[in-house]
Every structure is written in structure tokens, then in C-alpha cells.
Write a protein that binds this ligand. Structure first.
Ligand SMILES: [Zn+2]
Length: 206
């Protein structure tokens, strides 16, 4: 299986689908990891402005993504809608060269303008792929959890290990082990499994 995961901002992927990535990489999937912004203007003052580049690279590698499949751009956070033509072109080229079976991005119901911009461009470009939108409960006033991906305890542990590379983001209350385990349990209970991650179906190709 060929998978592309998109993050408007570094750490979105790990938070939204880190355990799913861990599972599919273990099962042999080839994964491309694409982040559009390293959010330099949001980095706490005690860290180098570009620290999210190395934190994200290390996090992705810890999940098993090959270094050559990690691509991190430096578009300005909160303004991705201004460069949606460039984002479209990047996605268009990836679709042509890699032709993914499955694409992960945010839910289209995410309130953050960068998150929904990427989700909409994904739907425009990847017409022949399954597209699943990951959740960010702090940004979703509506989220239809109509797809669940079962994961193992080890996959949640790998997700937490990957997030641990983001030393500059520790102040966020959702980068918290209890929260991550609890959400994985809630999503697991919904499908009579121990752990899962939930997604909103944007497109399914069978
Ligand atoms: Zn984000």
C-alpha cells in the first residue's frame, strides 16, 4: 500500500494519525510524509526558530518513515490559503509520481484555516485515492467518526514516542499521554477493540 500523510503544520500528522502510520509501516506500507509549515512564528522564544524542522524529521523517522520520503516545506502558518495554488501543484506532482492508494489529511470540518485548506486541496487532487480526515478534537465542533482504524498498544506507544521529539510543543495540553491513551480507548470502544484512531471519510475508493 502507498500512503501520503499531509500536515499543514509539523506535529499534526503524529497527533492525528501517528498510531495508524505506525501500524501501516509495520505492515509494509510505503509512506510519504509531507508538512507544509514549520510554524517559525509560533515557536517559543527559548528554542531556535526552525526547531520544528528537526523535531518533525526525527518524529517521522521514529515512526519508520524513510528520510527520503519526508518533505517539509516552509510556508507561513495561518496563510496556507494564500498559497493554495502552490500546494495544489505539490500535490498534483505527488499524485502523478506516487499515485497513492490512501491519503490522510485533516477533517474538512476542522476550524483551523490551514487544516481545512489542505483537506480541500486533497479532495481536489487525489480523485483516485481513498482520503481519510484525521481528528483534532480541540478544533472539531463537528466530526463524523465514520471510519476507525484498529491499532495495537505498541502503535499508541510509538505515537507518544514520536510526539516526544517535539520538545518545543510540550506546552500544548493535547500533547499529553493521558489524553492520547484516552482518545485511543474511546475510539477503540466504538468498534469493540482496545485501541483505534478515528477518521472522517472524505473519499473511499474500493
Ligand atoms: Zn496544525
Amino acid at each position: 500500500m502507498k500512503i501520503i500523510v499531509f500536515a499543514p503544520h509539523t506535529d499534526d500528522i503524529e497527533l492525528g494519525c501517528g498510531a495508524t502510520l505506525s501500524r501501516y509501516i509495520k505492515e509494509g506500507a510505503e509512506v510519504k510524509y509531507i508538512a507544509f509549515s514549520i510554524c517559525e512564528e509560533w515557536v517559543p522564544k527559548e528554542f531556535p526558530m526552525d526547531i520544528l524542522f528537526s523535531e518533525a524529521t526525527n518524529a517521522a523517522k521514529s515512526l519508520g518513515v524513510k528520510e527520503e520520503n519526508i518533505n517539509i516545506y516552509r510556508f507561513r502558518a495561518t496563510e496556507l490559503w494564500k498559497v493554495r495554488d502552490k500546494i495544489f501543484d505539490i500535490m498534483f506532482e505527488l499524485n502523478k509520481s506516487f499515485s497513492p492508494d490512501m491519503v490522510f489529511c485533516h477533517s474538512k470540518n476542522d476550524l483551523h484555516q490551514d487544516h481545512s485548506t489542505i483537506a480541500i486541496e486533497c479532495e481536489r487532487v487525489f480523485k483516485s485515492s481513498t482520503i481519510l480526515g484525521y481528528e483534532m478534537p480541540w478544533n472539531n465542533t463537528e466530526f463524523k467518526s465514520n471510519c476507525h482504524i484498529k491499532v495495537e498498544k505498541e502503535d499508541i506507544e510509538n505515537k507518544i514516542k514520536a510526539l516526544d521529539f517535539y520538545k518545543s510543543q510540550k506546552c500544548k495540553n493535547y500533547v499529553d499521554e493521558d489524553f492520547i491513551w484516552s482518545l485511543a480507548k474511546v475510539r477503540g470502544v466504538q468498534i469493540k477493540e482496545k485501541y483505534a484512531e478515528a477518521f472522517e471519510v472524505i473519499r473511499v475508493k474500493l
